[in-house]
Write a protein that binds this ligand. Structure first.
Ligand code: CA
Length: 249
């Protein structure tokens, strides 16, 4: 185990403490105290994970995260001193895979790092459609295959391309965060199958995600505001008491 982790934290004693713990665990670790050099380091090296403090001088953590999303960035875990829901939602929406509130137990941080690294390698291995055996099928008859070519999904004028990591509606491109993209892909890959919040959480955040399932509702809301509301369609349907489904057109 020698994955490489970048620590972005301006409190020197905190950064040093995390670095020592990570090295002790067998990781390689670099650290920096400001957002700008974090972006430079991330661009110039192949980190497996970034630990990113939100409150940084100069470019703050959320802005660093936004800029990282334009690159092939490794997973990011946010370190936040503030226990504010909006910070977490803003951070997750900007593409962070997880967050941890300071002060934290080092064991918890290490556990979250392991989960994030595992999830990342699983995502890179490209997720397969959800198993349908335990899900409730709506409608009758076999569902229409949503995939005409591997990694290409369609719903009406919407097109999600896994290879290009791009979503378009007609000729317009829809910009989604990583998790919104994953959520939409999962729903599109399982058209006519009602997916429970637990299933969606598992697909989008990983099996070991420790958090609230209402994170799913937050992402559904983001997706609807970017797609359903803009194009006046009812793509993502709520199945009360169960979860969500995209029905084939
Ligand atoms: Ca700080």
């Amino acid at each position: 185990m020698n994955e490489k982790i970048l620590i972005v934290e301006d409190e020197e004693s905190m950064a040093r403490f995390i670095e020592l713990e990570l090295v002790h665990e067998g990781y390689r670790a670099d650290k920096t105290g400001d957002g700008r050099s974090a972006l430079e380091m991330a661009a110039g090296s192949d980190y497996d994970l970034i630990l990113l403090d939100i409150m940084l001088p100069g470019i703050n953590g959320i802005e660093v995260l936004r800029r990282l999303q334009h690159t092939q960035a490794p997973p990011v875990i946010l370190l936040t001193a503030r226990d504010a829901v909006m910070d977490k939602v803003a951070g997750l929406d900007a593409g962070a895979v997880d967050y941890i509130t300071k002060p934290f137990a080092i064991e918890e941080l290490l556990a979250r790092i392991r989960v994030a690294l595992k999830l990342h390698s699983r995502m890179q291995a490209a997720a397969a459609p959800a198993p349908s055996a335990t899900e409730n099928r709506t409608g009758s008859g076999p569902s229409v295959p949503a995939v005409s070519e591997e990694g290409e999904y369609y719903w009406g004028e919407l097109h999600l391309s896994e290879k290009k990591h791009q979503v378009t509606y007609g000729s317009e491109e829809i910009l989604l965060t990583n998790r919104e993209f994953l959520m939409l892909r999962t729903l599109l890959a399982n058209q006519d199958i009602v997916l429970t919040r637990d299933t969606l959480l598992e697909k989008v955040c990983g099996y070991d995600y420790v958090g609230e399932t209402n994170v799913v509702d937050v992402y559904i809301r983001f997706l609807r505001s970017k797609i359903d509301e803009v194009y006046h369609v009812k793509m993502i349907q709520t199945v009360r008491g169960v979860g969500y489904v995209i029905k084939s057109e």
